[in-house]
Every structure is written in structure tokens, then in C-alpha cells.
Design a protein. Structure first.
Length: 475
């Protein structure tokens, strides 16, 4: 809109200035023609002899000259005709100036009048403002001694108001009027075009956010054949390819897990048989115990792979989050005791719409990580459940060693881990659960306040009352 309005304003400015200049030049030419035509009706050799007071007497030269000028003034429509000498003293003036009075405006136009006397040519003045506030222009022509004597005796001036200024004012109003209409039209068109462009772009941005969040199930509709439509088609191809790759990866993970789980079952079975055969041989049984421990770890890894690859869509129901946290705390009581840790619960009675099994898995994973990281810290693991009226915030804190900043940026990436033994799928699993429930997971960590993971979930409804429970559970 702004370039269009700017171009129109520039056009209007030049149109106004060009017309003003043309009208001024045309008025000057007209006044020069009037002055030249009037000069042919006069004989300068008789007028140069007029002196002050001759207008009061019956002077034929004065009366005849005034009569001819008045007739010419009426015929041409100019406002005033006047004759003056080189000293700018009046000889004739239809405006009523007496003989010998000074023509001040002509004296201001000394340069133009000089051309009249020196070169015997007509000239025109610049625009000047009269006593009545209107703008005027003057045209000058030489008055010769006689028809036969072409010496310049006097100069004649013709004044007329610059009436074209009224026409220019009308032009200005017209330009402003049509300029206003143009602004409204262009603004309307700009809004319509902008909406036509931004709406599909906004929809594409939403689709891009959905894809970035891991939702690859919704196809992108291609509603046009322009550049936006081409972009939408390209994004749809990308979404389809990503979904295909994701499905292949899940199948690959599930296949690997299955292939590994089967021999693990056999190894575990024969390990039990071997333990019976080695009964009483403590040295060999200790070696067998290490083998069984590693087998148990491999089983956990396999189960994590299967769970990550086959995680179903959440089945939403009303979940009492405080009860869920208490159940998770009870499940991990043994691990807390082994790590010599206390647990502190600060819970508000909140409800969220979610899959209770998946939310329990997420809370359990966060608590297990906190127990492992906080072992030996001497401070309790804290689980808090609070609300801001819109979201429920489940936070799990420990006071173990802080997580480096470069690692915090990658905590929720699949297969990234800071542990010596870990699949790197636990926190990625929590992140996927949070996104599927319309929530988020974030981590803060420093040496003073420890490490805190906060899971934000939309609450099901605002609770009429909230109770705050704080309790300590010994290990």
C-alpha cells in the first residue's frame, strides 16, 4: 500500500506543480499580449510631456490615453493598465494613480522593466501579492514615440489577478479526494491480498509446528497451485517421507528387540540350570552372578526399545495426579532405601486428562533418574505437584551433581545419555508422552539448587478446593 500511495503522491505533486507553472506562463503571455496591444493605441511623445496636475485639466492627451486604456481594460478583462517612465513615475493609470506618482511594484520588477526600455521587448513579472491578499502578475510592453519613431518613450504595464490559483485549489482538493479514495481502495486490496497470502502461510506454519512436534499422522491439504500450494505439496512429501522413515525405524527397533530377547530368554534359562550345577562352588557362582546381572540389564534395554517403538496412542481419562505420584513413590521405596535417600512430597489435588499408564511411566522414569543422580547427596528427592489454574506442574528434584549445560540441550534426544549404562530412551519417552498429552518437559540444573525436571500438563478442570500435602518417607 505504501509504495502505491507514495507513487500517487509523487504524481500529484508533479501534476500540481506542472499545471501551476503552465498557468503562470500562460497568464504572463496573455498580459504581455494585452500590454503590447494597448501600447499600439498610445503615442509616447505626447505622454512624456504630461506633468502632475494635467489630469485635473481638460488635457486631450491625458483624457484620450485614459479612454483608450479603459476600453482596452474592459475588452481584455485585466484589472489595471498603467503607463510609466524610466524613473517609474506614472503617466496614465486606470487604477486612479495620479501623474507623477511612483509605481512601486514596477520598480520591484526593475530587471524585467529594464529589458522593455533597453531591448524594446515585452516582459513579465514574477507573481506578487497585492494589498487585498490576492496574487497578481504583470505584463510589460514598450510604448514607442510614434508609429514612425520606434524609440521607446515609456513602458505600459498590465496587471491581472492570478485566478488560476483558485483552479489550483480545486485541483488540490480533487487530488486529495481521489487520493483518499485510492488509499482506502489500496488498503482494502492490501488487506484482502494479505489475508489470502498469510492465511495459508499461517496454516503451513501450524503444520510445520505439528510435524516438528512429532505428529506425522495428519496430511497437509494442498488448496492452491501457486507458490504456497507448491510449498504445501513439498511439505506433504516431507511429512510422508518422515512418517515412512519413522515407521521403518520403529519396525527395526521392534525387530532387533525381538531378535535379542529370544536368545536372552535362552541364556537366562541355561544360566538357572548352570546355577544348580555349580551349587557349592562360590567362586564360579560369583562369576555366574555377574553374567546374570548383565543379562538383567540387557532385558531392561530390550524392554525400553520395545516400549519406545510400540508406544500406543494415549487413551485419555480423568487422572488423579496426586494419587498417581503416591503410587510411583511407593513403587520406588526399595530403590530409595538402597540409595539411602528420603523422599518429600508436596502435592496439590489435581486432575489431568491423560493416559494413566503412560503418565505413571513418565513419573516413574523421572523418579528413577532422580534417585540415581541423587545417591550419596544426603538430601531428599522432592516431588511437587502444583497448578497455575491452567496447567499442572509435576516437578522431580534431586541434589546430585549438576548436568552440564551442553548436555541439557540434548537430554530429550533419543539414544543420548550421560550414564555409563543407559539406553538414552527414558527421557525421550517422557518427552513423547508430554507432547502427546499437550504438555512439555523442561530441565533446570545448577550446583546450588540441584537438578529439577518439570512436566507441565493441561489440567482437566479447576478444582474447587486444593489441599497441600507434605510428608517425608524414610528409606
Amino acid at each position: 500500500m505504501l509504495p502505491t500511495v507514495g507513487v500517487f503522491s509523487l504524481f500529484a505533486y508533479f501534476a500540481y506543480e506542472l499545471q501551476r507553472e503552465d498557468l503562470e506562463v500562460e497568464l504572463g503571455r496573455r498580459l504581455q499580449s494585452v500590454a503590447s496591444a494597448a501600447s499600439t493605441q498610445l503615442r509616447g511623445k505626447y505622454l512624456v510631456e504630461l506633468v502632475a496636475g494635467d489630469e485635473q485639466e481638460d488635457n486631450l492627451y491625458y483624457q484620450g490615453g485614459m479612454r483608450r486604456l479603459e476600453e482596452m481594460r474592459k475588452a481584455t478583462g485585466v484589472e489595471r493598465l498603467y503607463v510609466f517612465d524610466r524613473e517609474f513615475q506614472t503617466r496614465l493609470d486606470t487604477g486612479g494613480a495620479p501623474i507623477g506618482s511612483a509605481q512601486f511594484q514596477s520598480e520591484i520588477d526593475r530587471g524585467e522593466v529594464g529589458l522593455v526600455f533597453e531591448n524594446a521587448t515585452s516582459a513579465t513579472s514574477l507573481l506578487f501579492e497585492g494589498a487585498n491578499g490576492r496574487f497578481y502578475k504583470a505584463g510589460y510592453a514598450p510604448v514607442y514615440m510614434s508609429k514612425d519613431d520606434t524609440r521607446v518613450a515609456l513602458a505600459i504595464g498590465a496587471d491581472a489577478p492570478a485566478e488560476f490559483f483558485e483552479r489550483l485549489a480545486e485541483l488540490r482538493k480533487t487530488l486529495i479526494f481521489y487520493g483518499g479514495i485510492l488509499v482506502l481502495v489500496v488498503a482494502g486490496v492490501a488487506i484482502l491480498v494479505g489475508m489470502r497470502i498469510t492465511k495459508p502461510v499461517r496454516l503451513l506454519a501450524e503444520e510445520a509446528e505439528r510435524i516438528g512436534g512429532g505428529d506425522l499422522t495428519h496430511p497437509i491439504d494442498v488448496t492452491s497451485r501457486d507458490e504456497i500450494g507448491f510449498l504445501a505439496a513439498t511439505m506433504e512429501i516431507m511429512r510422508s517421507d518422515l512418517r515412512t522413515r519413522d515407521e521403518r525405524m520403529q519396525l527395526m527397533l521392534a525387530g532387533i528387540a525381538h531378535e535379542v530377547r529370544n536368545p536372552l530368554g535362552g541364556i537366562e534359562l541355561f544360566g538357572g540350570i548352570l546355577r544348580e550345577d555349580l551349587e557349592g562352588d562360590e567362586e564360579k557362582l560369583s562369576h555366574l552372578g555377574r553374567i546374570e546381572k548383565e543379562i538383567a540389564y540387557l532385558k531392561v534395554v530390550v524392554e525400553s526399545f520395545l516400549e519406545y517403538a510400540r508406544r500406543p496412542a494415549p487413551e485419555l481419562e480423568r487422572v488423579a495426579m496426586a494419587n498417581l505420584v503416591r503410587e510411583v513413590a511407593d513403587l520406588e521405596a526399595g530403590h530409595l532405601a538402597s540409595a539411602h535417600l528420603m523422599i518429600e512430597l508436596n502435592l496439590e489435588e489435581l486432575h489431568c486428562m491423560g493416559d494413566s499408564l503412560q503418565l505413571r511411566r513418565a513419573a516413574l522414569n523421572l523418579l528413577q533418574n532422580a534417585i540415581q543422580a541423587g545417591e550419596g547427596a544426603g538430601k531428599p528427592v522432592v516431588i511437587a505437584l502444583k497448578s497455575d489454574g491452567v496447567h499442572a506442574y509435576l516437578s522431580v528434584s534431586n541434589h546430585g551433581a549438576p548436568i552440564p549445560e551442553e548436555a541439557r540441550d540434548r537430554l530429550f534426544e533419543p539414544f543420548f545419555t550421560t550414564k555409563q549404562k543407559g539406553t538414552g530412551l527414558g527421557l525421550a519417552f517422557v518427552d513423547e508422552i508430554a507432547k502427546d498429552h499437550g504438555g512439555t518437559i523442561r530441565c533446570t540444573s545448577d550446583a546450588d539448587d540441584g537438578t529439577c525436571f518439570t512436566l507441565a500438563l493441561p489440567i482437566a478442570s479447576v478444582q474447587p478446593t486444593q489441599s497441600l500435602e507434605t510428608r517425608e518417607r524414610p528409606s
